[in-house]
Design a binder for this molecule. Structure first.
Ligand code: UD1
Length: 357
């Protein structure tokens, strides 16, 4: 069986690492796995460090697409993917999550009548203003095999008439958290030394719905500053998209501790040590849940609705007062129940590809 994986953005490299391990663990009929990096994320701290930390070989193909508007970026990926897939002739094209790299891979592979499988299928925020929501819907509807992380994802696909193609595998990001936790603790590092457990809050902000809306962004950063002044220090690994927008707006924070984007292992350590986490990232919401740290989501809805049980995750949107109040109440979260599988989602994915091949 030959699989071509298409990835390009930071969270996809984490999911890809789990699939690479599952491929390596196969005995019997071998699996040939070809990795294509679209180049959507190109800064060393957003890409190379993930391949190194997660023990992956460099990608077999790098398309070097880089930044652009949605149309430009996606179109350029499609142009470069088509001849590559024509020469690789895979049995399966494997897509991950909800980025523009997912969308480009889905459209090209489906039009070439290649068999298409989607890792992290069935997630819905039901907010069509999010580019990620549009990408997921297209990827799910074009895929032949839908690999779902949770029963909620299975149910979402059933509502869209897609349950005949859906398989419940568990969540590959949960596998990654289990695989790399020990390594992260062992390696430690300056960030872990600087930030002792439960003394700080961890924040991330990068979603277009926040960065591209000046009022929302101002409210969120004002709330983070107020939390840093009145509750506990706030550590913010800053995504390049957000850095650009903040610099252009002339923003200067009062109290937030801004650091460059973190590697996966550093992020895991910070997440597990934080008193609470504030984020608009889907992946970080879930990682907070894995390490049983209260999460405040800086969005109006979440596709990971399981995390909302028992106040483990609270939706505060971009409402300054709600965010600050949620930080004060973060101690009341939990208990956390197991909802993301048994750490075998990667192996289940390869098994599903084999049995549907
Ligand atoms: C993308 C995904 C989002 C995912 C996120 C993780 C889409 C539509 N969005 O958002 O779902 O949660 O990745 O990080 O695919 N930039 C750099 N260096 C880089 C990468 C980006 O400077 O290595 C800057 C560029 O100015 C670029 C901007 O960030 O224009 C946005 O990058 P892009 O990949 O389009 O989207 P993300 O915001 O990273």
């Amino acid at each position: 069986m030959k699989i071509v994986s298409i990835a390009g953005a930071r969270p996809q490299f984490v999911k890809l690492a789990v699939i690479c391990r599952a491929v390596a663990a196969q005995n019997g009929t071998p699996v040939r796995h070809v990795v294509v990096h679209t180049g959507q994320h190109y800064d060393a701290g957003m890409s190379d460090v993930f391949f190194q930390d997660l023990g992956m070989n460099p990608p077999d193909h790098h398309l070097g697409v880089g930044s652009g508007s949605h149309g430009e970026q996606t179109g350029e990926m499609m142009k470069r993917l088509e001849p590559l897939l024509a020469s690789e002739k895979p049995d399966w094209v494997l897509l991950y999550g909800d980025t523009n790299s997912t969308l480009a891979g889905a459209v090209v592979a489906a039009k070439m009548s290649l068999r298409l499988a989607h890792v992290e299928a069935g997630l819905r925020s039901y907010n069509r203003r999010m580019p990620e929501e549009l990408n997921r819907i297209v990827a799910d509807h074009l895929s032949d095999l839908l690999l779902c992380p949770t029963p909620v994802a299975m149910e979402n696909l059933r509502k869209e008439g897609l349950c005949g193609r859906a398989v419940l595998t568990g969540d590959v990001m949960f596998d990654a958290a289990l695989m790399f936790r020990e390594q992260a603790e062992k390696r430690g590092g300056p960030l872990a030394d600087a930030w002792q457990p439960r003394t700080f809050a961890l924040a991330t902000v990068h979603r277009a719905e926040n960065t591209d809306e000046p009022d929302r962004l101002r409210n969120i950063f004002e709330a983070l500053d107020r939390i840093a002044e009145t509750v506990c220090p706030v550590v913010l690994p800053l995504h390049p998209r957000t850095r650009k927008v903040l610099m252009a707006s002339g923003w200067t924070g009062r109290a937030i501790h801004v650091i460059p984007p973190c590697s996966y292992l550093e992020m895991m350590l910070l997440e597990s040590r934080a008193r609470f986490i504030l984020t608009d990232s889907g992946g970080v919401q879930k990682e907070a849940y894995f390490v049983k740290v209260p999460c405040i989501t800086l969005r109006d809805e979440t596709e990971w609705s399981e995390t909302l049980q028992n106040r483990c995750n609270v939706l505060a949107g971009a409402d300054q007062e709600k965010i600050v109040a949620a930080a004060g109440n973060a101690g009341h979260a939990g208990p956390w129940t197991a909802v993301y599988g048994d750490g075998e989602a990667g192996l289940n994915t390869i098994a599903a590809l084999r049995s549907h091949g």
